[in-house]
Design a protein around this ligand. Sequence first.
Ligand code: ISE
Length: 339
Amino acid sequence: MTKQGTLGVAVIGTGRMGADHVRRIDSVTSGARVAAVVDIDAERAKQLADGIEGCTAFTDAAAAMTSPGVDALLIASPGPAHEATLLQAFAHDLPVLCEKPLTPDAASAQRVLEAEEKLGHRRVQVGFMRRYDSEYLELKALLDSGQFGRALMLHCRHRNASTPPGFTSQMMINDSVVHEIDTTRWLLEQEITAVTVLRPRPSSAAPDTLSDPQLVLFETSGGAVVDVEIFVNCGWGYQVQCEAVCESGSARVGDGHAMVTNSAGRWGGDIDMDFVSRFEDAYDRQVQRWVDATRRGEVEGPSVWDGYAAAVVCEAGVRAQATGERTPTLLTERPALYR
Ligand code: ISE
């Protein structure tokens, strides 16, 4: 860290999210600077680094980790690359903000869990950014207050306007529903014990390779039931909603009624078209909270245990998709480090 305590961050992976985080740390976040960018595309890394004072471009994450001025890592590379980078980060004992998913499957997530446990202290915050969205935070505070009694059910909708080429049905669980997996565990403070997936006749707008939409059901350790509509090529916009139905009241977030217009005999408003704009505020808050905690020498937010639990539920979800059967999940015992 500099004398002023500014955190030097290496951003690893400069695709859509990585580039957005570079912009955020450079121009929104306080107390941090982009000290390095890493991408296998050398030209892309150089272009980004050239626009930032004191930023070095690398093609190799390990080299960035030992570069002077790098105090912490923000990992935004594709999920399959996370395990190797996280294990190297542990070897250097560097603080990490790791974009979701922690890793693409339960076995690799468990290896990361065991490695952090061996290190003996938490180093990683997982980028489940919905926990930092102002509306979700309000819902969480309401549920925690107990004002409406126990939560019985969550009704969730997760719609994307469209998907990039190559997006598969499995990715509907691993990339998209993984957010509802985390928000369910966080909001209810319960584990997901079983997953069932129902597949209606696909929308005629769905790519041939995709069974879109799907309805995913979770059962939880506290006896709640959660339904998630996942519809990733709905065409009309990006919508993420969650309604909690409790014993004596219900609460819903994500209606997106920021401004309502009235004109020509109709009322209406805008729908966000993607997650970068819908959750901009959540991403900003997530990164700021990570920087602040790291500068204090602390780790908070979603942990490697949360990333591991999400990976286990995703695996069960993908199996449930393929078999059409109710699929129980199997978690290892939660290590003391994460209790
Ligand atoms: C994407 O990776 C995300 O994380 C978005 O939040 C989600 O809505 C989208 O479906 C995923 O592909």
